[in-house]
Write a protein that binds this ligand. Structure first.
Ligand code: 3EB
Length: 345
């Protein structure tokens, strides 16, 4: 059995905590003690789970075989022969404290540079050169500071840090999500990396993010729309955070239902593209696991009813409240599909 993903409660997470777990992300949760005990990396993401009365959620990645844990700089990781899960958190507060005279770049810029520098250093030291999937949680992502939106500061620093580590800035770049986190929380990044190069997929309905025109920022966001990973027994599709963007423009400004539908149309188009290159695997909308980011909690029922209608009741879906990296976007959806292959494959 290969890579597996589950979104579960704390109790369920503890029940699943064994050697096979590669890494965990918690959303408004405290880390489960068994994970800490055996050195499983836990990314603590400071975003609210929806609906509000809902318990904390745990995103659990398992490898199907025992892993080995380690740490490189501030990156905590766990790896198998095929892949590595890692996470890092850096607080801007600590940066300001260390370097109060920094004027040329913001604390967020510096935190992002440190995070990406350490992630890339970890991957070269451990020998997992291919970043597959990255999750970025940036506190106050839409706030302006020094005349520039913080998401744009993050993009500038991410691009420079990847460049400084000798990495591509377009083409073979990881699938990703970048969302807001609660004010004053640290910048939290977690990721999956592999030994073998995945297939990166772009969306025929969208301009590649790494080719966005300059109106969205001086430095482009470095991510692919999806990554397709072939392993011994399975093919995994990592779908990046996807929103109501067609071409490079945000569509249906102010209309949550229409944005949700457009986002699903985008994911469907991406799936068709992925299926053409999926080495015999087949992905369908109803077979993915979804993480849905909702800007305004009051929109939850509208979004839920659209998704239930489109995906059926069996699909695994969790909802989080988060700011999305364009002010005019109200919903963003990421997804993961894991397709078992016949033993001969
Ligand atoms: C978009 O399509 C919406 O900066 O890493 C989605 C996924 C988005 C990843 C990132 C941003 C990122 O442009 C925003």
């Amino acid at each position: 059995m290969g890579l597996q993903l589950a979104y579960v409660s704390r109790a369920e997470c503890q029940a699943r905590c064994n050697d096979d777990v590669l890494g965990i992300a918690t959303f408004n949760g405290t880390p489960p003690p068994p994970a800490g005990a055996v050195g499983i990396p836990v990314a603590r993401v400071n975003v609210t789970v929806l609906p509000h009365e809902q318990q904390p959620l745990y995103e659990v990645w398992s490898a199907g075989r025992p892993g080995t844990s380690g740490q490189h700089g501030r990156v905590r990781f766990r790896r198998t022969e095929e892949m590595l899960f890692g996470c890092i958190a850096v607080a801007e507060r600590d940066i300001e404290h260390c370097d109060p005279g920094a004027t040329e770049t913001s604390a967020l810029h510096e935190a992002t540079a440190q995070v990406y520098g350490e992630v890339c250093a970890t991957l070269s030291a451990q020998g997992y050169p291919h970043l597959l999937r990255v999750w970025n949680y940036v506190p106050d992502i839409n706030r302006d500071s020094g005349g520039t939106e913080r998401y744009r500061q993050f993009n500038t620093a991410r691009q420079r840090a990847l460049h400084a580590s000798g990495r591509a800035l377009s083409g073979p770049v990881p699938a990703a999500s970048a969302l807001g986190a609660v004010s004053d929380s640290p910048l939290v990044v977690y990721f999956l990396a592999g030994r073998l190069e995945p297939t990166f997929i772009e969306n025929p309905r969208q301009v590649s993010a790494y080719h966005y025109p300059r109106q969205y920022g001086a430095h482009r966001p470095v991510f692919s729309r999806a990554a397709l990973l072939r392993q011994s027994g399975s093919v995994t599709l990592f779908v990046s955070g996807t929103a109501s963007i067609v071409g490079h423009r945000s569509l249906h400004v102010g209309d949550t239902v229409a944005q949700t539908r457009e986002t699903l149309t985008n994911i469907q188009a991406l799936l068709e593209e992925a299926n053409r290159r999926a080495h015999g695997a087949r992905f369908g909308l109803e077979t993915l696991a979804y993480k849905v980011y909702v800007r305004r909690p009051a929109d939850l029922p509208l979004i839920q009813s659209q998704l239930r209608a489109a995906l059926g009741s069996a699909a695994q879906i969790i909802y989080l409240q988060a700011d999305i990296c364009r002010q005019d976007l109200l919903v963003e959806i990421e997804a993961t599909g894991i397709c078992a292959l016949a033993a001969a494959a």
